[in-house]
Write a protein that binds this ligand. Structure first.
Ligand code: ADP
Length: 191
């Protein structure tokens, strides 16, 4: 299996690049943000709970997120591999993901990080708020909080994969297709 963790701060382009990776390698895309938003749209119990955190720019609690991700993975027993987009976002989630992968007889192949400067991220999120209508992109205070949470809780996840020699970083600036080419080069190296 090819199991990739796509990593990067809010606005780094994980969703856009995931789409291209799943097409090329026939992978299942699991975006925790998308799954939470689908639950919010469907007004499920999980959605109501997630919304109370997302609207403040906070992380949904680990236990809730880990259980949800586990049940999503198990819906795809024949997958050739997964792209994890927006997960793991804490070290506890990273540990849980390793356990989950070993339960299905597999492992994480690599983490690929999209490297984008903070000023550019703020610009992109502002633009996305105009196009997508995502409420967590509209409020500068919520964006600032997400970037803080990223620095404090999510950035340390990088070292978790570095310690296993599974960390790769690519330049996330430039045309979408140029970034895609860099991603493909990296995947070809590691697969
Ligand atoms: P972005 O990367 O642009 O912040 P996402 O769509 O990945 O957007 O996530 C939106 C929100 O969903 C996050 O700010 C967080 O509140 C919640 N969320 C997504 N993934 C996780 C996760 N792995 N753990 C906890 N909360 C999460």
């Amino acid at each position: 299996m090819l199991n990739i963790v796509l990593f990067g701060p809010p606005g780094a382009g994980k969703g856009t690049q995931s789409q291209r990776l799943i097409e090329k390698y026939d992978l299942v895309h699991l975006s925790t943000g998308d799954i939470f938003r689908a639950n919010i749209g469907g007004n499920t119990e999980l959605g109501k709970l997630a919304k109370s955190y997302i609207d403040k720019g906070q992380l949904v609690p680990d236990e809730v997120t880990i259980n949800m991700l586990g049940s999503e993975v198990k819906k795809h027993p024949d997958a050739k591999g997964f792209i994890f987009d927006g997960f793991p976002r804490t070290k506890a989630q990273a540990g849980a993901l390793d356990e989950l992968m070993s339960e299905i007889g597999s492992s994480i192949t690599a983490m690929i990080a999209l490297d984008v400067p903070e000023e550019e991220l703020k610009q992109r999120l502002k633009k996305r708020a105009e196009d997508s209508g995502r409420s967590d992109d509209a409020d500068p205070k919520v964006i600032a909080n997400r970037i803080e949470v990223y620095k404090n809780e999510t950035a340390p996840v990088k070292s978790y994969y570095q310690e296993q020699n599974k960390f790769y970083s690519i330049d996330g600036l430039g045309a979408i297709s140029e970034i895609t080419d860099r991603m493909f080069d990296t995947v070809e190296q590691i697969k």
